[in-house]
Design a protein around this ligand. Structure first.
Ligand SMILES: Cc1cc2nc3c(=O)[nH]c(=O)nc-3n(C[C@H](O)[C@H](O)[C@H](O)COP(=O)(O)OP(=O)(O)OC[C@H]3O[C@@H](n4cnc5c(N)ncnc54)[C@H](O)[C@@H]3O)c2cc1C
Length: 376
């Protein structure tokens, strides 16, 4: 073990939990503070693929995922008016996972699996708690917490998401999250007949996907071009989402539309992106996950690269003699991959919004998936 003997992780999302699990397993004393007292994850499905399953294998949660989530084979693209299959795109399996290359799970289920692994690894978790101040010197970081306590750490990892307070405090000039002109509507439902893996319907200004998340259940996402970043009242979600599906009168989607109700876990989210130029650290504090590279979901890879960050920063802190060396090695390993995901996802979004070249869209998808399969 190197210089880092005691580390604080700020934020118990997918990225922070992954870092904390691997740090604690490596023998580093690890504290995690999560601002949400309920440690909740909102109830939408999340699409995963081979590279994410490879992360699960490293975290030792693949069996728990298999018991709760769904791994399926391929991506089927259909016509929006009659469900005719246009193309079936293979999703090659990732070696070492023993599972097909497409997958999905409900977010709360994945969060619960990771939370259990975090506690089992021996991480000291404090919920409903955040940091108040961070004061660094040559040898460590003094942190005060909102519960009135304080402690000194060799390194701090800020994994507090897109609107990171850690980033705001340390890097006040960082770029702000940017709305990309699209929003996503999501719902959970019984898997429609005929759906065995991720299916998508592409239309003008609208893209629908249905992805199985567990035995018999699926989640649907509807990506809508929306020039303005509007707020949608919860009471109006069902009406607006149902109306959007009018534009796709295929038998499968008509059936889905008829089954939608206020119990379908309807969620609306505008899409934002943010890529912080490196360095991603200030002194002994390193930012990971959405705090430095928030992507739109066009490649379904935001959680994947955030969790990979967690694995890599832990590996480097365990390997390097000094925190500074570990941070330099982490940034060198992560830039190309994370910026590829953010930039390529943003380009896919732009092509959709501007009605651009579908060939370019397909080519970027293919290239990106190949790149995600490469070793981390
Ligand atoms: C609409 C949409 C769909 C998406 N779909 C997919 C998908 O299908 N597949 C995929 O891989 N990715 C997807 N993503 C991206 C993915 O959700 C994110 O990349 C991922 O959740 C980032 O995890 P994170 O842990 O870095 O940040 P977050 O999930 O934001 O977690 C941050 C955590 O920090 C906590 N926190 C915040 N502030 C503080 C503080 N001051 N102190 C302590 N704790 C704090 C929060 O409560 C939270 O628990 C999607 C994103 C969006 C917006």
């Amino acid at each position: 073990m190197g210089e880092a003997k005691k580390v604080l992780v700020i934020g118990g999302g997918f990225s922070g939990m992954s870092a904390a699990i691997m740090l604690a397993r490596g023998g580093i004393e690890t504290d995690l503070v999560e601002i949400d007292a309920g440690w909740r994850s909102y109830g939408a499905g999340i699409s995963l693929h081979g590279a994410t399953l490879r992360v699960f294998a490293e975290l030792g949660i693949l069996d728990a995922f298999k018991a709760t989530g769904a791994a399926t084979d391929g991506l089927v693209v259909r016509m929006p008016h009659n469900d005719e299959v246009i193309v079936t795109i293979p999703t090659p399996p990732m070696p070492g996972t023993g599972l097909p290359g497409n997958a999905a799970i409900m977010r709360p289920a994945l969060a619960a699996i990771l939370a259990e692994a975090t506690r089992a690894a021996g991480v000291s978790v404090r919920l409903g708690c955040s940091f108040e101040t961070l004061a660094q010197d040559e040898a460590g970081v003094d942190v005060t917490f909102t519960d009135g306590s304080g402690a000194r750490y060799d390194a701090v990892i800020g994994a507090d998401g897109l609107y990171s307070r850690t980033r705001a405090m340390l890097m006040p000039d960082a770029p702000c999250p940017e709305y990309v002109g699209q929003a996503v509507w999501r719902a959970e439902m019984a898997t429609p007949e005929g759906i065995e893996t991720l299916n998508m319907w592409l239309g003008e200004g609208l893209k629908v996907g249905i992805n199985p998340v567990s035995h018999g259940r699926s989640y649907m996402f509807v990506t809508e071009d929306r020039p303005t970043n509007d707020w949608v009242e919860a009471s109006d979600l069902l009406r607006q989402m149902t109306a959007l599906l009018d534009r796709f009168p295929s038998p499968i989607l008509t059936g889905v539309q008829e089954g939608l109700s206020a119990d379908s876990k309807l969620i609306y989210r505008p899409l934002e992106k943010m890529l912080l130029p490196q360095p991603w650290h200030a002194g002994r504090v390193m930012l990971i996950g959405d705090a430095v590279h928030a992507t739109t979901p066009h490649l379904g890879a935001g959680a994947c690269i955030g969790m990979e960050d967690g694995l890599v920063i832990a590996e480097e802190l365990l390997r390097a003699d000094t925190v500074a060396e570990a941070f330099a090695a982490h940034e060198a390993r992560r830039w190309e991959r994370c910026s590829m995901v953010v930039n390529n996802s943003a380009r896919l979004s732009e092509i959709e919004v501007t009605g651009g070249d579908q060939q370019e869209h397909n080519a970027i998808m293919g290239r990106s998936m190949m790149a995600l399969g490469a070793p981390v």
